[in-house]
Design a protein around this ligand. Sequence first.
Ligand code: MRU
Ligand code: ZN
Length: 205
Amino acid sequence: MFAAGEALAVESARFAAMGWMRGTSGNLSVVLGRDPLRLAVTASGLDKGELTAADVVVVDADGELVGKEQGKRPSAEAGLHARIAAVTGANAVVHLHALSAVLAGLYWPDGVELHDLEMLKGLGHDAHGETVVIPVIQNGQDMREQGDAFEEVYLPPTLRDNEVPVLIIASHGMYAWGETLTQARWHAELAEWLLRFTVETSAPR
Ligand SMILES: CSC[C@@H](O)[C@@H](O)C(=O)COP(=O)(O)O
Ligand SMILES: [Zn+2]
């Protein structure tokens, strides 16, 4: 648990330095166990640039606190982290308030189309001839409803294509996930670049 807290604090500071976890915004999680599902998630309402290894709590599949943590509440969005981990099999989930994701969700509320960009390979897709759609769901405060909305738009991997390990929440931010915390970060970094490129080159003027 200390190791998970340490890893989440390091990643959180890195994301904050990128400007994607300003103030108390954003949250991160890693899966601790699957039967039953348990995640280590960042505690709520803290400065995400200054987390310590102790600023983490354990939650269940509904994002509810497991055990007693003195004075710390789970992230308000822990329930969506747990749902993404359950549905996708990811071992780490990151949630960022990247401006490019919010702008892309505003311009393309039915999903953001990406194609013919080398960076798509970092999301597990083809650099040529494939259109990758990052799904968008509406913002909300009920994590069960947000989880249901995610499940409706999520495209699992097929024999031909990999999943798209990214979700945009309109007027809010983005989620990315992966097999490890490092891979989740890579997906977030690459998706942010792809979204920024697309907003800057294709947004309606
Ligand atoms: C400016 S923080 C907004 C929060 O409501 C939320 O969206 C967020 O990302 C952080 O919530 P937290 O409960 O600290 O994990
Ligand atoms: Zn948020």
